[in-house]
Write a protein that binds this ligand. Sequence first.
Ligand code: CMP
Length: 140
Amino acid sequence: MPPQRTLAILKPDCVHQHLIGEVLRRIQEADFTIRALRMVRLSKAEAETFYAVHRERPFFDELTDFMSSGPCVPAVLEKENAIVDFRSLIGATDPNEAEDGTVRADFASSVQENIVHGADSPENAEREAAFFFSERELVS
Ligand code: CMP
């Protein structure tokens, strides 16, 4: 079986705070292989499509405003157990609940501006990777 893939996004707060290098360093130190990487600024409509599962949540409008407020850096990462291991690396959604030493505990300022996104299931990882990258952009 090939290693598992996950989709990460270094969010606009990560880019704005000049933390792209630090977060990518942690990703590589944790033995993820970067299969695809790019910088993109989402439109409001694109952010709404990406986060469509949260459409009914009270924070949807704020979240999609934030995600379209500046450039972000989506990446496809590969590793055994990539989805669970990446979520361990970044910590809980709410930085107040994130374990010490995780990306969100160290850098996130709120539950919304939480530096990084990680897919939560293999199905979502595949859907989210396809949102940003074509199959031929996944470098082997
Ligand atoms: P993410 O992993 O990108 O998935 C959905 C995002 O919604 C989440 O990270 C947070 O940025 C945001 N989010 C989740 N819960 C809340 C909340 N209660 N208030 C504001 N934003 C939230």
